[in-house]
Design a protein around this ligand. Structure first.
Ligand code: NAP
Length: 313
């Protein structure tokens, strides 16, 4: 007989794994479909200090490993495949993947988002080794160091100000001659004595042997190319990139309601516009994208799915 899942969760980051744990614990047939490696963005973080109750020296990978164990203890099935489409078939949902097609009563979309990359040489190699996309996660590693923050939007300016609480000096690097951020945010930034702004400038190359050692910049007006090296006494510095995020929601366009930036619109019970389809974590429209908020969303989405099944099947 054709297998019908209770919940199919798309994405195996903290939101998906929390949804898996709650679903399986409620004795629902729960399947997590992961595209790449388990864990999502958090596995690129060396230290997780802001997840309440996490053990000292917890890393992104160790936290995810424990979440996976918990899912397995309760019997969540996990498979690797890439979702291409969700179709609604009567009261069921059909999840079409690259390798297989699955049938389910409910779906939880937990596909996350990825920070937009600069695309500069050296960026990939030095990510997590001086290059970061998350001040909340990594600012304290740069206590008393010099830090550069790229971007001119609300996130970049707010995060650059946050970084001044840790770093000796923060230079905000923006590609144009005026910031995009809201005027109220800009006013605060201009008053911050530890924050300098370098306008009309882009990152050309990021250099370092296992750790960030220097950044090559280009002034877009004068065409001048110049390199800033980490102070010798520090040996390294920080480069934070805040040039927007890209939610992994492309394949759901047309079925699921999203905002202009592609984030899924869900209510406080993680319901989307489609009955029986829920969304959780960084792929949704929200204020704070962290492990704690993703996990909470996943738990809520699972309980919502459970209630939907009770009411409709
Ligand atoms: P954003 O508003 O899209 O800004 C992205 C910034 O990165 C822009 O300044 C852009 O430059 C720059 N940029 C983009 N691609 C670049 C590249 N390849 N190289 C260099 N710079 C690049 O993104 P966001 O700041 O993350 O904000 C996202 C949304 O969240 C916005 O709607 C924002 O208002 C909202 N938000 C609100 C708050 C708040 O209200 N407190 C806080 C955070 C975020 P250009 O300016 O030249 O395009």
């Amino acid at each position: 007989m054709e297998k019908i899942y209770d919940i199919i969760i798309i994405g195996g980051g903290p939101a998906g794994l929390a949804a898996g744990l709650y679903g399986s614990r409620a004795k629902l047939e729960t399947l997590i479909i992961e595209r790449d490696k388990t864990g999502g963005q958090i596995v690129t973080t060396d230290e997780v200090a802001n997840y309440p109750g996490s053990i000292p020296n917890a890393t992104g990978p160790s936290l995810i490993a424990r979440m996976v164990e918990q899912c397995e203890e309760f019997g969540t099935t996990r498979i690797k495949d890439s979702v291409e489409k969700i179709e609604v078939e009567g009261q069921y949902k059909i999840v079409k993947c690259e390798k297989e097609t699955y049938k389910t009563k409910t779906v939880i979309i937990a596909t996350g988002a990825v920070p937009r990359k600069l695309g500069a040489p050296g960026e990939k190699e030095l990510t997590g080794k001086g290059v970061s996309y998350c001040a909340t996660c990594d600012a304290d590693f740069f206590e008393d160091f010099e830090v550069f923050a790229v971007g001119g939007g609300d996130t970049a300016v707010e995060e650059a100000m946050y970084l001044t609480k840790f770093a000796r000096k923060v230079t905000l690097v923006h590609r144009r001659d005026e910031l995009r951020a809201a005027k109220s945010i800009q006013e605060k930034a201009f008053k911050n004595e530890k924050l300098e702004i370098m306008y009309d400038t882009v990152v050309e190359e990021i250099k370092g042997d296992g750790i960030l050692e220097s950044i090559v910049f280009k002034n877009r007006k004068t065409e001048e190319v110049f390199e800033i090296k980490a102070p010798e006494e520090d040996g390294t510095m920080g480069l934070f990139c805040f040039i927007g995020y890209l939610p992994n929601t492309e394949v759901f366009k047309g079925l699921i309601d999203m905002n202009d930036s592609g984030y899924i619109i869900s209510d406080s019970n993680m319901k989307t516009n489609v009955e029986g389809i829920f969304a959780a974590g960084d792929c949704t429209e929200k204020l704070l994208r962290q492990v704690i908020t993703a996990s909470a969303d996943g738990a809520i989405a699972s309980v919502s799915a459970e209630k939907y099944i009770e009411a409709n099947f």
